[in-house]
Design a protein around this ligand. Structure first.
Ligand SMILES: [Zn+2]
Length: 464
């Protein structure tokens, strides 16, 4: 067992690595409780660990290791109440959706505001999983599916990691449906309807953006599957369904580890020339399915004073149209991006996500575009950055002192070497005069101080 991070309230983030023998094998990473009210993944994973250790299921670890995070949102998990998800059938007490900082970890993968996200990205990069499961419970309309799931590439649609999407759709999906059905469950695609009051209108197959686990896995070339049991099914049934899902994932990943690795390598070697940054829903369905629904009617609710929908537990099967997405905006990728030192949070994110970059210490003149208005810290950033831009001219690159000022000679500019350009602490220290002036003079750190009116300073080149 290892601690891979700490929550804002000081709790440890735990991961268990279950393995057989001493040799490291490909990893299946399973996380429960990213929304900690949706918690059966914790019980399912602990049951499976027990059965691997004590009840003869150790063969699951012949070819893969299991890294299991029982509770990802640990602070939310301790904020438990019977009323956190009142429309969910158990457990009796359940945790809270967001973190102690009120951040939703399954909207935070790319921007990584939460320390929990930063820790998880670190864990992901360290174990480099061949398969990553994100365990949830969904609500919405009632239907007969008790274990729904999704990934980029379902039915061949929308995978930015094409080879991985193909593997998940042609290898994992058929095997998973067989395993779940054999164990008495009803598997299906994650249900997101156009209108919960009129389910027959249709459902959607969306393109997950990288703030979600599945969207992040898709752009980072990590085979990632979202598992969503259904909140109106009993807790025991949901735990058992999740157990089957994790067990079958281990079996399949062990059996096809080489194939999975080849798919990951192929996608990581691909160099697309363009990327779609936004999507819009199709006007027509992209396909339809025989949907295993439940009958419903409406009644006048004395509580709300209006007609409300209720489910009648009577099976009905109807043809469900599924709407997809068309590219809304596609951009051609440049050879590289220049990132000024005035955006240290961007550079920190590049480091966190493992994106390679180079430092430059030669002058750069570039015409660039900048947001014309500030972007709120916790909102989705991409659109705000792209929507309002104005041209501006950037000039010299400045070297500056490393954060360790003892390594900084008082006058030698050349000794003030990168990579300190991205260190906001050093820049702030010089700006406020809390560092010796000798370390902040010349074409170094003082000129690197960000200024919205004159964004001159250190630049870093980012390879595409
Ligand atoms: Zn969830």
């Amino acid at each position: 067992m290892e601690t891979f991070g700490k929550s804002p309230q000081g709790r440890d983030l735990y991961a268990v690595r279950a393995h057989k023998g001493t040799a490291r094998k490909p990893v299946v990473l399973v996380q429960a409780g990213i929304h900690s009210g949706e918690i059966e993944g914790k019980d399912a994973g602990l049951m499976l660990l027990r059965d691997i250790a004590l009840r003869g299921k150790d063969r699951l670890l012949d070819k893969v290791d299991l890294v299991f995070v029982p509770i990802y949102n640990v602070d939310g998990h301790e904020r438990s109440s019977p009323f956190n998800r009142p429309n969910q059938r158990g457990p009796k007490d359940m945790g809270w959706r967001t973190t102690a900082q009120n951040l939703n970890l399954n909207r935070d993968y790319l921007k990584a505001d939460a320390p929990e996200t930063q820790a998880m990205i670190g864990l992901i990069r360290r174990v480099d999983p061949v398969l990553y499961l994100d365990l949830h419970v969904t609500d919405g309309i009632d239907h007969r599916y008790d274990v729904t799931y999704a990934f980029s590439g379902w039915r061949g649609y929308y995978a930015r990691s094409a080879a991985i999407g193909r593997f998940l759709d042609t290898r994992l999906r058929p095997a998973m449906d067989v395993a779940l059905t054999r164990n008495g469950h009803i598997p299906g695609y994650y249900v997101s309807t156009l209108d919960n009051r009129e389910p027959e209108k249709g459902m959607t197959q969306d393109v997950d953006t990288p703030r979600f686990s599945t969207g992040y896995g898709d752009i980072a070339h990590i085979p990632t599957v979202l598992v969503e049991t259904h909140s109106l099914k009993p807790y025991r049934q949901r735990v058992l369904g999740t157990y089957v899902f994790v067990e079958e994932s281990l079996r399949l990943a062990g059996e096809r580890a080489a194939e999975l690795r080849a798919a990951i390598d192929a996608d990581r070697a691909a160099r697309p020339t363009s990327v779609t940054t936004s999507w819009k829903q199709t006007a027509e369905p992209i396909y339809s399915v025989d949907f295993l629904g439940l009958a419903h009617d409406t009644y006048r609710s004395p509580a709300s004073g209006r007609d409300e929908l209720r489910w009648l537990s009577k099976p009905v099967t109807f043809r469900m149209p599924v709407y997809g997405s068309n590219p809304d905006r596609t951009v051609t990728l440049p050879k590289a991006w220049w990132v000024p030192a005035t955006l240290p949070h961007v550079i920190d994110l590049l480091k966190l996500h493992g994106i390679r970059y180079e430092l430059t210490d030669t002058p750069v003149r570039s015409t660039s575009t900048w947001p014309a208005r500030p972007t709120p810290g916790s909102a989705m950033r991409t659109r705000a950055i792209f929507r309002w831009t104005r041209p501006s001219s950037m000039n010299a690159v400045a070297k500056r002192c490393p954060p360790d000022r003892s390594a900084c000679p008082p006058t030698s500019r050349s000794a003030c070497s990168p990579p300190s350009c991205s260190n906001p602490r050093a820049r702030t220290a010089c700006w406020h005069g809390t560092w010796p002036r000798k370390c902040c003079s010349g074409p170094n750190i003082s000129r690197a101080m960000p200024s919205p009116r004159s964004p001159t300073g250190c630049w870093q080149a980012i390879r595409s």
